[in-house]
Design a protein around this ligand. Structure first.
Ligand code: TEU
Length: 560
């Protein structure tokens, strides 16, 4: 496979609502992002992925779009977006926009028309069905609780929404829909953006006939992943999109498909360069291991070995064809250090750096979510009123309405809730963490007094400095980005160990993902030079005197 620029790139995700507020209304905006571009440049990232800034009623913080070709006034204007592109390009950073086209907002003009009558020309742009026995057409559940169908009284039919009722699913079977999406994408590329992160793009082709999912005892509606993830025509649709949007263009683009439930076998197809669909996918295997299969707010504990085996399996599975994206968290996931590291004060610093080392050592394109580079933690949620996210709010209401265990629900929301990732970026120790001069739309994490960018940026021992060093190392050592991967100690539940080989280099990554010290004698690696460690005083060379990994010790070595 020929190397492409995105294989050695590092991507930084901004969730604009929570990044930086320039006008004091408590909500982050584009000017806020523009004002902070030096933070990204200092970190050394190559790409900014910007979560949606389009016009939206904000039922799902912008993942419900009512106009794809305009900016929501909350975030700014198209002129601000152009300024952002220019500011990024000046710094050698590309801009990847979020593409949310599995669904629109119910306030999008297309849906307004579609809903207006059964014979409207756009009726077929969405998935309308007659009632079945006076009820919903099938038993699919929405990702945000309740049925995936809403009845529309005036026209007597249901429409499908895999997410909120304000997010009706587009009918990708209709070629007019696909052409409209392609035209919109081309419009953005012509404007100067460098690619797209494609929201739930493996959901766009539903199983023919929209059949029932296998029933689950005790549940009216069920998660129907298998009936809409990786559906029958999805590869055809993505190949067509590639032809219609990217194929005729000169330039360097990045496409990443967000694909909940995607299997490794499917990912090989999506990311095979010869098929020209997408460059890489976000798979979900490793972020679903610690959740109940039918209820993400029921944590089931993290099986460290299963986590390691999962990521290693994806490394090996996409070695000969395709490409991995690498992430611990994003705007939908709990904070990485709280989930995969150890946010106890004694271990926070070392573990935040250690998990970063694990991820950035792997083969693939690493994604850093805003605040991750500071080791931002989960928020200490204690009451339902502190949650803003439609997913958590609906979940809580559903449990309460059903007379379920509201305390357990709250506990689950505190650990798994998406708002953990959405509390404001912690810039400094001031009252609202430097995020806003007004009242933030969601509470600032109380730990911002000590955990903030101002305290870290100049400190060579900070989490930020470690991320910066990892990103720099990737640039200096091509084997880290594109070299071969080989797992070591595959059955060890605590030590992550693997090698990366290529371009005449041999690298060894060993991370102790636990508090207890561990001894490791890999004699064939004795003499290797320490490229990057995360604890003070690690000897510069690996030999018999450097075989003890302290708790959350993380090291990258090179052998000539
Ligand atoms: O998320 C898709 C998705 O399936 C989950 O990650 C989702 O966040 C939810 O937690 C399922 O339990 C994407 C976006 O990233 C997310 O923010 C949107 O809410 C969603 O699609 C709908 O557009």
């Amino acid at each position: 496979m020929t190397d492409t620029w995105w294989q050695s790139a590092v991507v930084y995700q901004v969730y604009p609502r929570s990044f930086a507020d320039s006008d004091g209304d408590g909500i982050g905006d584009l000017r806020g992002v523009i004002d902070r571009l030096d933070h990204l440049a200092l970190l050394g990232v190559d790409v900014l992925w910007l979560s949606p800034v389009y016009r939206s009623p904000m039922a799902d913080n912008g993942y419900d779009i009512s106009d794809y070709q305009d900016i929501d006034p909350l975030f700014g204007t198209l002129a601000d977006l152009d300024d952002l592109v220019a500011g990024l390009h000046d710094r050698g950073i590309k801009l990847v926009m979020d593409l949310v086209v599995n669904h629109t907002s119910d306030e999008h003009a297309w849906f307004v028309e579609s809903r207006s009558s059964r014979d409207n020309p756009k009726r077929d742009w969405y998935l309308w069905r007659d009632p079945r026995d006076g009820r919903a057409p099938n038993n699919w559940g929405s990702a945000f609780s309740g049925p995936a169908w809403t009845f529309d009284e005036p026209t007597g039919q249901y429409y499908l929404h895999l997410f909120d009722r304000k997010q009706p699913d587009l009918n990708w079977e209709n070629p007019e829909v696909r052409a409209a999406v392609h035209a919109m994408m081309n419009w953005w590329l012509d404007r100067g953006v460098d690619g797209f992160r494609m929201d739930v793009i493996n959901f766009i082709s539903k199983a023919e006939g929209l059949p029932d999912a296998p029933p689950v005892p005790g549940r009216d509606v069920v998660s129907a992943f298998d009936l809409y993830a990786d559906g029958p025509r999805v590869h055809e649709f993505l190949a067509e999109m590639h032809r219609e949007v990217f194929a005729g263009r000169d330039g360097q683009f990045l496409t990443v498909g967000e694909m909940p439930g995607v299997t490794l076998e499917q990912a090989r197809l999506y990311t095979d360069p010869d098929r020209a669909e997408v460059d890489m996918v976000f798979q979900f295997e490793h972020v679903m291991l610690d959740q109940d299969r039918h209820d993400k707010f029921q944590p089931v504990g993290l099986d460290q070995l299963a986590l390691k085996r999962s990521l290693f399996r994806w490394q090996e599975g996409l070695a000969d064809v395709g490409w991995n994206s690498l992430y611990w968290n994003n705007h939908d996931q709990p904070r990485a250090v709280s989930r995969f590291g150890d946010d106890h004060p004694d271990w926070w610093l070392a573990s935040a750096k250690a998990i970063a080392t694990v991820l950035h050592g792997l083969r693939g394109t690493p994604y850093v979510y805003q605040g991750e580079e500071l080791g931002m933690t989960n928020f200490p949620f204690a009451s339902p009123e502190q949650h803003r996210d439609v997913e958590a709010v609906n979940y809580h209401a559903t449990v309460v309405a059903a007379g379920g265990d509201a305390t357990a629900a709250l506990a689950g929301m505190a650990v798994m809730g998406r708002d953990n990732a959405r509390t404001p970026m912690q810039w400094d120790a001031s009252q609202q963490a430097g995020f806003t001069t007004g009242l933030p739309w969601i509470e600032v994490n109380p730990n911002h007094g000590w955990l903030n960018a101002a305290a870290q940026v100049e400190d060579p021992a900070s989490v930020f400095a470690h991320y910066r060093a990892l990103i720099r190392l990737r640039r200096e050592r091509p084997a880290l980005a594109t070299g071969g991967f080989a797992a070591l100690l595959e059955d060890d539940p605590v030590l992550w160990a693997y090698t990366r080989t290529g371009d005449g280099e041999r690298l060894l990554v060993v991370v102790n993902a636990g508090r207890e010290p561990r001894d490791l004698r890999l004699e064939e690696w004795y003499g290797a030079e320490l490229l990057l460690g995360n604890l003070p005083g690690t000897p510069a060379t690996y030999d018999g005197s450097a075989t003890t990994w302290a708790g959350w010790d993380a090291r990258i070595y090179a052998l000539r």
